[in-house]
Design a protein around this ligand. Structure first.
Ligand code: ADP
Length: 204
């Protein structure tokens, strides 16, 4: 890590996260969706965000393509760049977390190392790992963005599930299996799990 000089953080002088959570009437968390491309991370997160909004919650959804076309548009797919991609996303998520915002992160994040990095930046209590699980054959059949076909033809190097590994999380907070299930049922399962955590009135 680079030496940080002449920097004087003022976190302790700011309006607290608790005050902002009170204002927004919710507990903030980072929900970290991990899973193969096409497993259903974005689909589920987008639908869940709509329901949360209708219930009066304030959310932020961060998704791979959006982030890579903006804040991380200078990063590629080397090991170092993938790590930096996740590090910046986790740091950005922490800013939203500290604003009291429920933050939904949709990133393949294929290795334990990358997810641990995110968890260590966000903090274990606030990091909720959701494993969106569909078999590789199913993701390839869906091929939402045509990426699997390109990866098979060798047009994309190190493509997760084809030419780069995906390490399934060993202890996710929640595992959502999406093959052969309706999207709305997966969204319901997520919200049944999440609402007791984020709702101020029923949170434990
Ligand atoms: P990811 O964000 O993981 O790359 P997407 O959400 O972009 O995946 O794509 C998932 C695709 O799978 C969508 O076309 C969606 O309609 C389809 N799908 C089928 N069943 C489900 C389900 N139960 N949950 C989520 N997506 C599903």
């Amino acid at each position: 890590m680079k030496e940080v000089r002449h920097i004087y953080p003022v976190f302790d002088q700011l309006v607290s996260r608790e005050s902002k959570e009170w204002l927004l009437q919710q507990h903030s968390r980072v929900v970290w969706f991990t899973g193969l491309s096409g497993s259903g991370k974005t689909t589920i997160a987008k639908e869940a965000e709509k329901v949360l909004y209708e219930m009066g919650h304030t959310t932020m959804l961060l998704d791979g393509d959006n982030v890579r076309s903006g804040i991380n548009n200078n990063l590629g797919f080397s090991h170092e760049d993938r790590r930096e991609n996740i590090r910046r996303i986790a740091e950005a998520s922490k800013l939203f977390l500290d604003c009291g915002i429920i933050t939904l992160c949709c990133f393949v994040s294929p290795t334990e190392e990358l997810r641990q990095l995110a968890k260590s930046i966000i903090g274990p209590k606030d990091f909720i790992e959701v494993y969106v699980n569909a078999p590789i054959e199913e993701c390839e059949r869906r091929d939402v963005k045509g990426l699997y076909a390109k990866a098979r033809k060798g047009e994309i190097a190190d493509f997760t599930g084809i030419s780069a590994p995906f390490e399934a999380p060993s202890h996710p907070a929640l595992e959502l299996k999406t093959q052969g299930r309706k999207e709305e049922d997966c969204v319901k399962e997520l919200l049944n799990f999440l609402l007791p955590i984020v709702r101020l009135d029923i949170a434990i």
